[in-house]
Ligand binder design. Structure first.
Ligand code: AMP
Length: 572
């Protein structure tokens, strides 16, 4: 059984294909959005989702979020005594979703389609695949998020041209796709993998601090920074439905507040909106499709709920975007469609999918200037951006001189003319024949599989005949990428980590929510919350539902009151 997972920066979702359509699977709390947050509980077990998100504020040193931004880097996160990389944290999120879907289906799930931003680099894709393996999936297929969104929409149509505008928490992707005679082809993709809703939150926090006169020292304390971001995010969401919203944060008895109007937010967002134009224009240019030829503009990603973003899209295309599917869910739904395709569901047997490589891949070459002078450091493309994948292409390279002993092939990704401005992926070193290399060339083959993963192979030839057996080389592993042995080692370590039991998650989520308020409140209200948590915890030990129910209800009512808009600590 294949399942589809949208492994998001902010939230993750899992969907299955059932009875001829995709269906989202709820988590243990009954919700389809699981926050992509991980936290270590006091008993050493790992919490994923809403409870972990609440602990970001009460226990920031034991919690981690937004780690998708660090996929494919060597950065490690500290959670108490654990040091983990982004792929391991993602693996824990995937493991929680796997448990949810297995509980829902009543059977084990081994195969998964995980979505990634189309603009993810090779290293980021490798890391996502490693996360799938670390989560215990036997087979992991990657799918570009915008492609998934188009699949979710394209399901009931035979042909059409779509532009997918996908603005999530941390990444922005634009893809132009064409569905023709049942074949979905990605014509072009472009994007910015450092642009999303979190930039909006950060911008709102900066404005808030400036306008309220809160000192930078206070604003930068980790607990405070997390609270400010949360307040900004809540305000931003509320502004999608209301004209004015008050953003308020209380610090040690003092209250800081700022009234936002949707107009002010729109104005503040202008620089971010401007950054969205360029990828749209590039994707359209690369696809050679004019805006008026598009059949639909599809919105994906939670941040496309922003009024200013919808207005920008409407203005750019002179039409209203497609919003019949929830932008938070559309990618996961599409992943389930692809999962069904992988599992060869009869209803989808006719549909084929093709995808493209989102960036140019090439090697570093010397260029002859005039006479004997030459300069190195130029990018020679082997696979051009927007080549349909899977793809395999060979380019021939020659040594610069006949007495050269070694031919170094450095592999780069990116669109810049000079390699120094592109991303270095690795290198291959070919030993040239000792007695001079007259007539020797190297055929370098780049193969990009359907997951967007690259393999490079080089063969030396003299006068067209292979010099010995074909030399097969793989890109050297970098410190940023986990080697297969390393993945196995980490797999064993991760398997030993316990996830909090699903059936007790609801209780844990309630306590985490209460602890978040406890961390924020002071004085009398802080001790009221502390007492209520303790009464609930003591009752839990009895394992008797009749004893647990009253303190649970009290705690829930207390939290509801604290979370109500009219609650002002210190004034009551
Ligand atoms: P995603 O990565 O697709 O889950 O998108 C998450 C991002 O969407 C976060 O930055 C959220 O703050 C943002 N978001 C969710 N709902 C809304 C809303 N109603 N208005 C504005 N932004 C939202």
């Amino acid at each position: 059984m294949f399942v589809g997972i949208d492994l998001g920066t902010t939230n993750s979702l899992v969907a299955v294909w059932q009875d001829g359509k995709p269906r989202l699977v709820p988590n243990a709390l009954g919700e389809v959005l699981t926050p992509s947050v991980v936290s270590v509980d006091k008993d050493g077990s790992f919490l994923v989702g809403a409870a972990a998100r609440d602990r970001l504020q009460s226990h920031p040193q034991l919690s981690a979020a937004v780690f998708k931004r660090d996929m494919g880097t060597a950065r490690s996160f500290r959670l108490g005594q654990h040091t983990m990389r982004a792929e391991e944290l993602s693996a824990l999120v995937l493991r929680a979703l796997k448990a949810d879907v297995e509980a829902d289906l009543g059977q084990p799930v081994q195969e998964v389609v995980i979505t990634v931003p189309a603009y993810f680099s090779d290293a980021q894709r490798q890391a996502t695949r490693a996360a799938g393996t670390l989560a215990g999936f036997a087979s992991v297929t990657l799918l570009n998020e915008p492609t998934a969104a188009a699949l979710a929409y394209g399901l009931h149509q035979d042909e059409g041209r779509f532009l997918v505008f996908d603005l999530g928490g941390g990444t922005f992707d634009v893809s132009v796709l064409e569905l023709f005679e049942g074949v979905m082809e990605v014509r072009a993709t472009a994007g910015d993998n450092r642009l999303g809703g979190e930039d909006v939150d950060e911008l709102m926090v900066r404005r808030f601090v400036q306008d309220t006169g809160m000192s930078d020292d206070v604003a930068h304390q980790p607990l405070m920074a997390a609270r400010l971001l949360r307040a900004a995010e809540g305000t931003k969401r509320a502004l999608a439905a209301q004209e004015t919203v008050v953003m308020r944060v209380d610090v040690d008895g003092a209250s800081f507040s700022k009234t936002w109007t949707s107009q002010e937010l729109e104005k503040a967002l202008e620089p971010l909106l401007e950054r969205m134009r360029q990828p749209v224009e590039r994707a359209l240019r690369d696809s050679r499709i004019r805006p008026q030829e598009l059949d639909a503009v599809v919105l994906a990603g939670g941040s496309t709920r922003l009024v200013a973003v919808r207005q920008l899209v409407t203005r750019m295309f002179g039409r209203f975007p497609e919003v019949s599917l929830d932008p938070d869910q559309v990618v996961a739904l599409g992943a389930a469609v692809q999962a069904a395709l992988r599992g060869r569901d009869a209803a989808l047997a006719e549909r084929v999918m093709t995808d493209v490589c989102p960036y140019t891949l090439g090697v570093n070459v010397n260029k002859r200037l005039d006479g004997d002078r030459s300069q190195s450091g130029f990018m020679a493309p082997v696979l051009e951006r927007n080549t349909i994948i899977p793809a395999s292409r060979v380019e021939r390279f020659s040594p610069m001189s006949t007495d050269q002993r070694e031919l170094q092939i450095e592999i780069f990704q990116g669109e810049a003319r000079r390699v120094q401005d592109n991303i270095r992926l690795g290198e291959l070193n070919l030993q040239l024949p000792k007695g001079g290399c007259e007539g020797v060339v190297a055929d370098v083959r780049f193969t990009l599989d359907a997951n967007g993963l690259l393999e490079v192979e080089a063969t030396l030839l003299r006068h067209g005949a292979p010099l010995g057996p074909a030399t097969q080389l793989v890109i050297e592993s970098s410190s940023e990428r986990l080697s297969p042995e390393e993945i196995q080692k980490r797999l064993a370590r991760l398997q030993a980590l316990k996830l909090h039991p699903r059936d007790r998650l609801e209780v844990r989520a309630l306590i985490a929510r209460a602890e978040r308020h406890h961390a924020q409140l002071l004085g009398m209200w802080r001790s009221v919350v502390a007492d209520a948590i303790l009464r609930f915890e003591v009752a839990l030990e009895s394992q008797d539902d009749r004893q647990i129910a009253p303190p649970r209800k009290q705690l829930e009512e207390l939290l509801a009151r604290i979370e109500s808009e009219t609650f002002l600590p210190g004034l009551e």
